[in-house]
Design a protein around this ligand. Structure first.
Ligand SMILES: O=C(O)C1=C[C@@H](OP(=O)(O)O)[C@@H](O)[C@H](O)C1
Ligand SMILES: C=C(OP(=O)(O)O)C(=O)O
Length: 434
């Protein structure tokens, strides 16, 4: 087991370019693999999750080259995947598993998807239900609604699916199967989840529309297509990774850091809205848009934070940032209420439990609820032994808590940061002047 000792720090200074967005990196490999021609991906995230995606497509006969943050995918076309000779290993990655399931549902060969213990305990019924309604044949091998999944060839037809959850993974799985289906396929979700699939598939030539309705629900529709066309993708920095540095800059007195080139797609930028609601000092510079994805540099200066309410349609836009927001709330004055976030229970860990356990270990006042937590902030946090439970977001969020705490902490199974941010500790050390 890897253990990382973290000592309190003052004054983070300097600039940082966080790695490429995980959601966009996955999709660039997937859609590049289904397109005709070469897709060059720059600022690709070489974290374990995205490497699982690359390995799955290589096993289906797609040549993919990697060199210094650049990936070159030699796409064989929409019908160019080959039957894999072994189980497709999706590692720790829910995105890989659920999106690839949508693609595999439309293939003429059988396949099996399986991941690590955490992945194989996450719910897959949410994609099996709509995909099987479309005519796919997906079964849970252990009959528990989880991976390993067996996918047999099926003839797909379009459906209009109303998803009970705002989940980009569910939406994307159904839309990707829709590329292979007869007739139109649409997904309506209770609130708009991240829309990278819609933006990027349009860029690759798919016929896709999306609408947010006046009541806040959202529908995306796709028509079957005969071919996607390769294009180059520049991946913006991942706001989910930037969030740890933004939080560290806000919480450690005397800090000033510039986080460069952060993706600010509005369906992902809820973290910044909440920072502002908590009184954070942030300014956005050099705004640009590429491939429909907005990005900017974010200047962060330390300063006091106050409690807030995080709820409703904001939740999907910051779901992966809730562990670090909970840490910020523990250092803020007043009470923070997080609700409507029951999805936290089905991530790499049950993040309501793992955040509560570790904040409590540091002396914070936190009460878990059915769909979130209540944090009464402002108590001094002390160093503690942090159990990441192999969840990368828990390891990184509590590393930041440890920087701002009194006394040293240790993070157990700290190597799990490799899932989304292999250089996390080195880059944090550099900003801390260590
Ligand atoms: O589509 C994606 O890239 C993701 C969607 C979200 O999951 P859900 O679709 O389960 O909400 C998010 O938590 C995950 O980290 C990445
Ligand atoms: C939930 C996450 O990813 P995934 O669902 O792809 O495993 C995450 O990165 O926080």
């Amino acid at each position: 087991m890897s253990v990382r000792d973290i000592h309190p720090s003052r004054q983070l200074k300097g600039e940082i370019l966080v790695p490429g967005d995980k959601s966009i990196s996955h999709r660039a490999v997937m859609f590049g693999s289904l397109a005709k021609g070469d897709t060059r991906i720059s600022h690709f995230l070489s974290g374990a999750d995205c490497l699982s995606t690359i390995s799955c497509f290589r096993k289906m006969g797609v040549p993919i080259e990697m060199e210094k943050g650049q990936v070159l995918v030699h796409g064989n076309g929409l019908h160019g995947l080959r039957a894999p000779e072994e189980v497709l290993d999706t590692g720790n990655s829910g995105t890989t598993t659920r999106l690839i399931a949508g693609i595999l549902a439309g293939q003429s060969f059988p396949s099996v998807l399986s991941g690590d213990d955490s992945l194989n305990s996450r719910p897959m019924g949410r994609i099996m239900t709509p995909l099987n309604q479309m005519g796919a044949h997906i079964t849970s091998i252990r009959e528990n609604g989880c991976a390993p999944l067996r996918i047999e060839p099926g003839r797909l037809h379009g459906i209009h699916y109303t998803s009970p959850v705002a989940s980009a993974q569910v939406k994307s799985a159904v839309l990707l199967a829709g590329l292979y289906a007869e007739g139109e396929t649409s997904v309506t979700e209770p609130a708009l989840s991240r829309n990278h699939t819609e933006l990027m598939l349009q860029g690759f030539g798919a016929s896709l529309t999306s609408t947010v309705h006046p009541d806040g629900t959202a529908t995306a529709s796709v028509l079957p297509c005969s071919e996607l066309f390769a294009r180059d993708i520049r991946v913006p920095g991942d706001i989910s990774s930037a969030a740890y540095f933004i939080a560290a800059g806000l919480l450690t007195p005397g800090s000033e850091i510039l986080v460069r080139n952060v993706g600010l797609n509005p369906t992902r930028a809820g973290f910044l809205t909440v920072c502002q609601n908590m009184g954070a000092k942030l300014s956005l510079q050099n705004k640009t848009t590429q491939g429909g994805e907005e990005m900017a540099d974010i200047l962060v200066s330390s300063g006091p934070l106050h409690g807030t309410v995080i709820e409703g349609s904001l939740i999907p836009s910051l779901i992966d940032e809730i562990p670090i927001l909970a840490v910020m709330a523990a250092f803020a004055d007043g009470t923070t209420v997080i609700r409507d976030a029951a999805e936290l229970k089905v991530k790499e860990t049950n993040r309501i439990d793992t955040v509560t356990e570790n904040l409590s270990a540091m002396g914070a006042d936190v009460t878990p609820t059915e769909d979130g937590m209540i944090i009464r902030g402002g108590k001094a946090l002390h160093g503690a032994q942090i159990h990441s439970h192999l969840d990368h977001r828990i390891a990184m969020a509590f590393t930041v808590a440890a920087l701002a705490a009194d006394g040293p902490s240790s993070i157990l199974d700290s190597q799990c940061v490799d899932v989304s941010y292999p250089a996390f500790f080195q880059e944090l050390d550099a900003l801390c002047g260590r």
